[in-house]
Design a protein around this ligand. Structure first.
Ligand code: HEM
Length: 519
């Protein structure tokens, strides 16, 4: 029913519609006629016929069992027949582009009344636009694709291309030159790592993990080796279409036999007799976006050691979907290369110098993961704070239990510490050369990545305890908790496993130990 046809009713009038045949209820000052719907109600008929519900204000009962999105769905929206005269509905869910008022749901730099030394007015204006874009264009597609498992819609990829989001997701640099970023909101030379952090965090805010990676996560890790080590001819040929969202690229390193043990890889690249081509044979596993990629940045064993080569989809390249804990929208693939012929001009960096090509991107890649991890923890905190407030147990909100508050305390402290550390590292990145970053931040970023994903796993476990059975149910109140808990282990693996990264951090520190210090 269109808004103008809504009736103004009194609570007394609503109370008269209290029979099996004629059943109205009030939810947040809105009146719903559920006389016909009651037989189709997923929660059953009997709950709706309770004397405390029929003809009554069912707001509290409703919100202790349903997410607000239920009322936003078109098939349920039309059950609304009026509003209570002189009353206003007060419950808001997700207003596109706005900042959440739930404490700790936003990093402090965005929260009302707080200050930050890192974010300037341009970052703030940029954040608003990115959030608006995400809420209105990306989020609806994320929900739909998580449900049907298809890759992100081309219409979303195209709209991202119009704003140059594909290019911006690779961070500041030469590749932004001459581009109109976010409709001209930020100049290419002003774009810094805080702008990039904003993009990554806004995109991670949906907590829809498979879609997040499906939205060209493969490009974020697969394209930098081309930009940094590819020949000018190669770049001119493939990069424009990738930034325009017309072609897709992924990073293909890990293998069934070797995992990410780069030196143990078995995919081989052997030169043809005339030296003009590589012939590539082998397999790759767990390759994000591999199912729909046009280009593959492939780690190969060559005569001189390990070499990275750009392979184009063509004869001999086959990709198959792998079903992982998260949805197929990420396009995670098993890839086979059978006698694939690739021009030697597609070699990225030096022959035998592949390790350097791969390592050079690790810091940035891990930092991106830290941005996403810190932000998605906050999404879970928001869910838990809302749930523990609206869920009543023994006549009181769930948060009246000290054990629940203790879990919330842990979650909030972890998310705050991860974000604050992240902002500090980001500031260092903005002020260091690439070489300084490689030298001074590899350990810091490795620690932060390890810390963030370990925090995230604790938060996922606590959130399930707080949500109970709903935290393991794919629909309903706990659906984001279930999704987070199911997919979180992945974050602790990609870009370097948690323990390995913590150890890397210590080894970096030990390398920097001065020789002249003693106790
Ligand atoms: C406009 C009114 C209502 C609509 C459109 C509605 C719709 C729904 C939907 C879609 C579900 C499935 C939730 C999911 O799994 O995502 C559900 C479940 C349920 N509903 Fe309603 N409902 C309404 C009112 C009520 C009221 C007033 C009660 C009374 C207490 C109620 C009790 C329940 C219960 C007990 C469940 C099962 C919850 C669970 O499995 O955890 N519903 N309802």
């Amino acid at each position: 029913m269109a808004t103008q046809e809504l009736r103004q009713l009194t609570r007394e009038e609503v109370a008269k519609h209290n029979t099996d045949e004629d059943l109205w209820i009030i939810i947040d000052a809105n009146v719903y006629d559920i006389s016909r719907f009651k037989r189709f109600h997923p929660g059953g008929l009997s709950v709706l016929l309770d004397p405390d519900i029929v003809g009554q204000d069912a707001t509290e009962a409703f919100y202790s069992l349903h997410r607000h999105e239920v009322l936003e769905q078109s098939q349920y929206k039309r059950l609304k027949i009026g509003t209570i005269a002189g009353e206003q509905s007060v419950i808001r869910w997700r207003i596109p582009g706005t900042v959440s008022k739930v404490p700790y749901a936003e990093p402090t730099w965005l929260a009302d009344g707080y200050h930050s030394p890192y974010f300037n007015d341009n970052h703030r204006a940029f954040q608003k636009e990115v959030r608006k874009f995400f809420d209105t264009v990306v989020y609806p597609d994320a929900i739909a694709r998580e449900a049907d498992g298809k890759r992100p819609s081309q219409s979303v990829i195209d709209k991202m291309a119009e704003l140059e989001l594909h290019a911006m997701r690779l961070g500041p640099g030469k590749h932004l030159k001459g581009r109109t970023l976010m409709g001209g909101l930020v100049k290419p030379e002003e774009f810094d790592y805080f702008h990039e952090l904003i993009i990554t965090q806004e995109f991670a805010r949906a907590s829809l993990r498979g879609y997040g990676d499906g939205l060209l996560g493969g490009k974020v890790i697969g394209l930098p080796p081309v930009l940094n080590f590819g020949s000018e001819e190669l770049k001119a040929r493939i990069v424009p279409d990738i930034f325009a969202g017309k072609k897709f690229i992924c990073l293909a390193i890990s293998e069934a036999f070797a995992g990410s043990d780069v030196m143990g890889l078995q995919t081989t690249a052997v030169k043809t007799e005339d030296g003009k081509h590589w012939i590539i044979n082998g397999n790759k596993k767990w390759i994000t976006n591999g199912t729909f990629a046009d280009y593959f940045t492939v780690g190969c064993k060559t005569e001189d050691g390990f070499t990275v080569i750009l392979v184009e989809r063509g004869p001999g390249v086959e990709t198959k979907q792998i079903k992982t804990s998260y949805s197929t929208t990420a396009g995670t693939a098993y890839i086979t290369f059978d006698n694939v012929k690739v021009p030697v001009e597609n070699t990225l960096g030096e022959e035998g110098g592949g390790i350097f090509v791969i390592l050079s991107n690790f810091n940035h890649e891990r930092w991106v993961m830290c941005c996403a991890s810190a932000r998605s923890q906050r999404g879970i905190i928001e869910e838990c704070l809302k749930w523990t407030t609206q869920r009543k147990v023994f006549g009181k909100p769930l948060h009246s239990q000290a054990v629940i508050r203790s879990k919330l305390a842990g979650m909030i402290s972890r998310a705050e510490s991860a974000q604050n550390w992240l902002e500090n590292i980001t500031y260092q990145m903005c002020n260091m050369s690439y070489r300084q970053q490689a030298n001074k931040l590899a350990g810091q970023i490795a620690f932060l990545k390890s810390y963030s994903t370990s925090c995230a796993q604790d938060t996922a476990r606590d959130a399930v305890q707080i949500f109970g059975g709903r935290g393991i149910t794919q629909t309903g109140m706990g659906k984001y908790i279930e999704h987070y808990h199911r997919t979180i282990a992945f974050d602790a693996l990609l870009g370097g496993a948690e323990d390995v990264l913590a150890d890397l951090g210590v080894r970096q520190a030990l390398r920097a130990m001065p020789r002249d210090v003693r106790l």
